[in-house]
Write a protein that binds this ligand. Structure first.
Ligand SMILES: NC(=O)c1ccc[n+]([C@@H]2O[C@H](COP(=O)([O-])OP(=O)(O)OC[C@H]3O[C@@H](n4cnc5c(N)ncnc54)[C@H](O)[C@@H]3O)[C@@H](O)[C@H]2O)c1
Ligand SMILES: [Zn+2]
Length: 379
């Protein structure tokens, strides 16, 4: 029995596309691609963890629908978003004589989606591509909205494009093989959607967090769909981040700086933005009058999801973190701008915050908190 399939549209005029969300959808990819009138040949770009778990199902589905596919498997992890990996993908496409009518399937987490999406955006000046996200983070965030990129040594996502997929297929069943730590990291982005746009979603998460972690189809399907709807609505109004799209960066200004100054790999992105969201909630209290009670709920929910909510820094580490924030590519004219919450469910972007206020929210916790036993981290 195939479960319910929810459909969310991303409204972008002639580039409008659908996000399909449901259980066991991988086996329906071929049929979904057929409706898009694509060429017969495609490349599946995936990684070394996802390939043995899910690639065969995708290949079988494509074959049944009359497509001829071949697989490009990249190493799992962030280093795959590199120029050398990109070149390797181009060479494999060239060796297989992929044509303008051929298409690309990105099967994996955000790393594969960003890399394969950039390959699709640039090879032969653009091939159609399908996002088949297999992490929670990718299903609710990176697969939707068309940001694709690779990294340079100088920083993350520095070479990229806005290039929309033709279809996003979120198979909730794939999350059953996802490591728990990765699932938690995805939940940090889910919580973000509640804070920025939907107080009811936030409340639902407070009530149903256990059921979400148990991957109960009704709860998971409802939550993933709602997050996709919010992202679709925001991207539909502001595709290239001229304004509104910035709200998706709630918790990310400090989060990115943490990732950056601790070195990538120490904290997962979701973990860093969990800390960033708590800091942003505290800044919101100071700057916008967010209530103590609501700031407390933000922290409590992230904690309940098993995510870190603070980072103890030495003075030198704190300075490095502030410098990393200044270097973030989204900083305009030297000012660090924040997305801050007025209340849960409503945020404003472009908020200028004095460095001293940032230092205050990052300050080591009180003696009482310290006695609960937190280690000092040195990036
Ligand atoms: N384009 C955007 O808008 C956007 C938004 C947010 C994040 N990102 C990017 O996304 C990336 C992070 O994505 P991520 O968190 O999905 O990381 P990821 O792609 O590295 O996946 C996390 C880990 O889970 C493994 N994995 C994936 N699916 C699995 C499954 N179903 N079962 C078992 N293992 C599985 C992967 O191999 C990897 O080891 C970053 O590079 C970030 O910059 C992009
Ligand atoms: Zn994020």
């Amino acid at each position: 029995m195939l479960g319910l399939v929810r459909v969310v549209r991303v409204p972008l005029r002639d580039r409008t596309y659908s996000i399909l969300i449901g259980e066991r959808l991988l086996s329906r990819l071929g049929a979904a691609c057929r409706k898009l009138r694509l060429g017969r040949r495609c490349a599946i770009i995936t990684d070394t963890n996802v390939a043995p778990l899910h690639a065969t199902t995708v290949e079988r589905s494509l074959k049944q629908a009359g497509f001829e596919s071949f697989r490009i498997t990249v190493p799992a992890g962030e280093p795959a978003k590199s120029l050398s990996q990109l070149e390797d993908c181009y060479n494999q496409l060239a060796a297989r004589r992929m044509e303008r009518s051929s298409f690309i399937v990105a099967l994996g987490g955000g790393v594969v989606g960003d890399l394969a999406g950039f390959v699709a955006a640039t090879y032969l000046r653009g091939l159609p591509f399908m996002q088949v996200p297999t992490t929670l983070l990718a299903q609710v965030d990176s697969s939707v909205g068309g940001k694709v990129a690779v990294n340079l040594d100088a920083g993350k996502n520095l070479v990229g494009a806005f290039y929309q997929p033709r279809l996003v297929l979120c198979d909730l069943t794939t999350l059953h093989t996802l490591p728990q730590r990765e699932l938690r990291a995805g939940v940090a982005e889910v919580i973000k959607y509640g804070i920025i746009r939907d107080a009811q979603l936030f409340e639902r998460l407070e009530r149903q967090l256990d059921r979400l972690f148990a991957l109960e189809p009704a709860v998971l399907g409802g939550v993933v769909s709602r997050c996709c709807e919010i992202k679709a609505e925001v991207v539909g109004q502001d595709e290239t981040e001229g304004g509104l799209r910035a709200i998706l960066n709630f918790g990310h200004t400090i989060g990115h700086a943490i990732e950056n100054s601790f070195g990538y790999g120490r904290y997962l992105h979701g973990e860093a933005i969990a800390i960033g969201q708590v800091a942003a909630a505290r800044l919101s209290q100071a700057v916008l009058g967010l209530s103590e009670a609501e700031a407390g709920r933000v922290e409590a929910l992230l904690k309940a999801a098993g995510l870190p909510v603070e980072v103890r820094l030495t003075a030198a580490a704190e300075t490095r973190l502030l410098r990393a924030m200044q270097l973030d590519k989204k900083v305009t004219g030297g000012d660090v701008r924040f997305v801050l919450a007025k209340r849960i469910g409503e945020v404003v972007w472009g908020q200028r915050v004095p460095a001293e206020a940032i230092r205050t929210v990052l300050r080591p916790p009180t003696t009482a908190q310290r006695s609960r036993g937190k280690a000092v981290c040195q990036p």
